[in-house]
Structures are given as structure tokens and as C-alpha cells.
Design a protein around this ligand. Structure first.
Ligand SMILES: [Zn+2]
Length: 275
């Protein structure tokens, strides 16, 4: 930052969240129906291969990430939820079966979040505090439902490079919006098109350089069947090694960033994309 005062704790100049969305086959089943065996098979790589490779990569670097679980994936592989929790990663909500929230009523969204939260809590003993809507397809009710359920953060709206507070109900504690971006999403580089991992890492390092100069936040969105593949995992490894070598990047779980932000900002909130 130009005034030399950091927004982040200690000597950290910027912040980096690694969020991993464990969709399994349910993302593509929701989008394309259950007869698309090609994509069901490709995305089924998540659980047996992608999640373990990402856990090893993160643990080798002592990086704590946030794993956003589809409830049915958690039910399919409870051992992986428990391993990721035991390794120090945050366990957050990513819907029950990856149905988009945009057409859902508030009651349907509440039921979906609660069902997922109950399964995750039964596996870890901790109530999740964060939520990411499938494919970021939320609606005007989503933040209010998350706030009502007592969540701390959501990661749905891409409208900035810093967190902000949303408080649909002024009587309840605010929710921290941690902005994602399609340009920080591995789908953009390895699914919508195919770009070499080194080039992807270079793209993300440039993002991080600018955000570090400006004292801001980068929220990565990764998928185990994409970034957990052999070559693409190098893009994440490269970015993390670069950030660790810089020495002043706060690489932290979403809940830690959100809690810090809510405590530091003193309740300034906004309700729409306007910063
Ligand atoms: Zn997803």
C-alpha cells in the first residue's frame, strides 16, 4: 500500500486463500444430467486421486486451505473429510448435491445448507462457518440465509479485491464476503481451455504481485479433478512456493481471514457490488 500501512496482521502485505471445491461427479450431474458418463467419469477423479494429491501438496508446504464439500461427496468419502480436517484444513459448505441456488427459494437454500452442515459436523465435530454456492449461482436470498444460520463468510460475489461485510439483517452479525474470480479458478485454465501449468502459474504470480503491491486479497478456487491432476498441480505448487518465498503473504484459511476482517473493519458493510 502506498501509505505503508498494512491491512493485514503483522508484516503481511497481502493475503491468499486456497479454496478447494470438492464437487465430485455431482457438479456435472447437476449441469448435464446423470447420463453424461464421460463427465461423470472425468470428475469422479476428485475423490480417489485429486483430493489426496492436493492434501499432500498442501501438507508438504504447511499450507492450510479451505475445503468446500458437496454434502454427497462427504457422505461418499467421509474418510477424506476427516483426513482434510485432521490435517488442519477448514471444512466448509458447497451445497448438498451442487444444485444451483439461483432458482431456489430461501427455504430450499436453508434446507440445503443445513443438510450439508449436519453431515460435515457429524464427521468433524465442528460446525462449518463458510459457504460457497455451486458455480456461484446464488440469488438475493442466499446471503440472508447464510447470515441467519450464523455463518461467518461466503465466497460468491466477485466484485472487488478486498473482503466486505454484508448484513441483510441489521440485528445479526455481518457476513464477510470473500470475493472469488473466474481468473483465479482452475476451470478457466484447464477445462474451458488448456493452458500449460507454467503459464497458469505465471498468470497467478502476476495477480499476486499486483495485489501484494496494493495490499489486497487473492481467493483461489480449485477443483481436485482439475488442480489435483499431475501437471496442473504444478500451477498451485509454483504459486505457493512463490508466495512462501516472498515471506510476507498471509496464506490462510478463509475462516481466519474472514474473522480478522470482521474484527478489524468495525462493521462497515455494503449490500451490493459498489466498491
Ligand atoms: Zn462446485
Amino acid at each position: 500500500m502506498s501509505d505503508g500501512v498494512s491491512r493485514w496482521p503483522g508484516n503481511y502485505r497481502c493475503a491468499l486463500v486456497v479454496s478447494v471445491d470438492v464437487d465430485g461427479p455431482y457438479g456435472h450431474i447437476n449441469a448435464n444430467g446423470d447420463r453424461d458418463f464421460f463427465w461423470r467419469s472425468q470428475t469422479a477423479y476428485d475423490l480417489p486421486a485429486g483430493v489426496p494429491r492436493l492434501l499432500d501438496l498442501l501438507n508438504d508446504r504447511d499450507v492450510e486451505a479451505t475445503f468446500c464439500w458437496v454434502g454427497r461427496c462427504a457422505a461418499d468419502r467421509p474418510d477424506l473429510v476427516q483426513r482434510s480436517h485432521a490435517d488442519g484444513h477448514e471444512i466448509a459448505l458447497h451445497s448438498w448435491e451442487h444444485r444451483y441456488y439461483t432458482p431456489m427459494t430461501a427455504d430450499e437454500q436453508r434446507e440445503d445448507m443445513l443438510r450439508t452442515s449436519n453431515v460435515l459436523e457429524s464427521l468433524t465435530g465442528e460446525r462449518p462457518v463458510g459457504h460457497k454456492t455451486p458455480a456461484w449461482r446464488y440469488n438475493e436470498a442466499t446471503a440472508a440465509v447464510a447470515q441467519e444460520l450464523g455463518l461467518l463468510w461466503r465466497m460468491d460475489e466477485a466484485g472487488g479485491d478486498l473482503p466486505w461485510l454484508v448484513q441483510p439483517d441489521a440485528q445479526l452479525p455481518p457476513l464477510v464476503e470473500l470475493p472469488p474470480s473466474r481468473w483465479y479458478d482452475d476451470y478457466t485454465y484447464f477445462v474451458e481451455q488448456t493452458i500449460p501449468p507454467r503459464s497458469t502459474a505465471e498468470f497467478w504470480r502476476d495477480d499476486l504481485d499486483v495485489l501484494r503491491d496494493e495490499g489486497k486479497l487473492l481467493c483461489l478456487t480449485l477443483h481436485p479433478f482439475v488442480s489435483g491432476r499431475p501437471g496442473p498441480s504444478r500451477a498451485l505448487a509454483d504459486l505457493l512456493d512463490y508466495a512462501i518465498d516472498l515471506g510476507d503473504v498471509w496464506i490462510a484459511r478463509a475462516d481466519r481471514i474472514a474473522l480478522y476482517w470482521r474484527d478489524q473493519t468495525g462493521g462497515t458493510s455494503r449490500s451490493t457490488i459498489d466498491n
